[in-house]
Design a protein around this ligand. Structure first.
Ligand code: HEM
Length: 347
């Protein structure tokens, strides 16, 4: 497989764009014409060839630019990457999982040679070559979690498993939908989910935690989550709200199609072998309304979902201000025809 990496930005002049191939493989999150929270978890990896679900960690045309954006965010705020002292082993587990998966799934881009604990990692897109001793942090330029997540798209939370709960004790979080690792670090599953409206009362989180506690090394899982973002910005953190919050007011009926993005998180769940921690990668995909509407099924469905969405969810997801404008734009792409089941576009 050959990949051309885009030279693009996720801030400032926002030159991010999706090729038509990237639009067609976008992980559209709605399998029906309405949406409410649910425990929407399924086995991962696996899915149609070429889809973002095919491999353990999807690498796409945005890889190099996303890694550059992460480095900028970290330079401005090192607390986006934190690991409590007892999480170093989980960091090594994650490094192993990502290196082994990428070398297996993208041999033209990555390779890993292992001779006992002496490892040799090559990352061709980023021009990195590293020999190191597995489990010896002094042989890497930084801690193992930071090292590997500077080379992997998406955010990563590492959850310590104890007392029947999960604890957010480490993470690399630079492309989050308005939550803060520095605020959440050390919290448990119910504490960090406290701001989510409606879901706790529906029993969603009790069921989800039970499920996650039973995840084994043999089978990993995924779910999709979504929100809306103005401009293709990865760093929509509370710390930088003053930079992106005011941009919501720049949306007009004329530019809403290209300025308003659907932000989809491909979240996956992995039990790690040595630490028994749970790895929670949160891979962010962005597509403008105009790009999504090139697939007629998605235009129709997105219109119906956003038109009928519970107002508390629109408020929580931060697009209540522009909801009417968004729905008006999408209405022009909804001819009232029925939509087929499932998330994939019609051929
Ligand atoms: C252990 C892995 C998980 C982590 C680290 C995690 C973390 C988070 C965080 C930090 C938020 C944002 C809360 C805020 O507003 O401050 C969130 C939102 C949410 N989480 Fe999780 N979560 C995990 C697993 C799950 C699972 C398995 C479910 C299944 C139902 C779930 C459902 C939700 C929902 C529905 C929201 C609201 C999202 C929205 O409407 O945009 N989470 N999660």
């Amino acid at each position: 497989m050959t990949l051309q990496f885009n030279d693009e930005t996720f801030r400032g002049d926002y030159t991010y764009s999706n090729s038509s191939a990237a639009v067609r493989r976008f992980p559209f999150p709605f399998d029906r014409d309405s949406y409410m929270y649910s425990v929407n978890i399924e086995p991962h990896p696996g899915g149609p060839e070429g889809s973002p679900f095919e491999h353990a960690f999807d690498v796409d045309e945005h890889y190099v630019a996303e890694m550059r954006d992460r480095a900028i965010t970290l330079a401005g705020d090192p607390l986006r990457c934190q690991s409590l002292p007892h999480m170093e082993l989980a960091g090594w587990d994650l490094l192993e999982l990502i290196m082994v998966s990428k070398a297996r799934d993208y041999p033209a881009l990555f390779s890993l040679a292992r001779d006992g604990d002496r490892w040799h990692w090559t990352n061709r897109p980023l021009g990195i070559e590293q020999r190191f001793t597995f489990l010896d942090a002094s042989t890497l330029p930084c801690g193992p979690m930071e090292y590997i997540t500077r080379q992997a798209q998406g955010d990563f939370a590492l959850l310590d498993a104890r007392e029947g709960n999960l604890w957010m004790d480490a993470g690399m979080i630079t492309s989050q939908a308005d939550w803060s690792l520095d605020f959440d670090v050390g919290m448990n599953f119910f504490e960090w989910h406290a701001p989510v409206p409606k879901a706790r009362g529906m029993g969603v989180f009790d069921k989800a935690l039970k499920f996650l506690n039973a995840v084994t090394q043999e089978q990993s899982y995924r779910r999709l989550n979504w929100t809306m973002t103005v401009n293709p910005r990865l760093d929509t953190s509370p710390e930088n709200y003053h930079k992106w919050g005011p941009e919501k007011r720049t949306v007009t009926p004329d530019n809403v199609g290209t300025k308003q993005f659907l932000r989809v998180e491909l979240q996956s769940f992995w039990r790690l072998p040595r630490s028994n921690a749970l790895a929670f990668p949160i891979r962010c995909y962005l597509a403008s309304l105009a790009d999504l509407c090139t697939q007629p099924k998605w235009g129709r469905r997105l219109h119906r979902v956003l038109r009928d969405l519970d107002p508390d969810l629109a408020e929580y997801k931060g697009f209540a201000l522009n909801r009417a404008m968004i729905v008006d734009y999408l209405a022009r792409h909804d001819d009232g025809a029925p939509t087929s089941p499932g998330i994939f576009p019609d051929r």
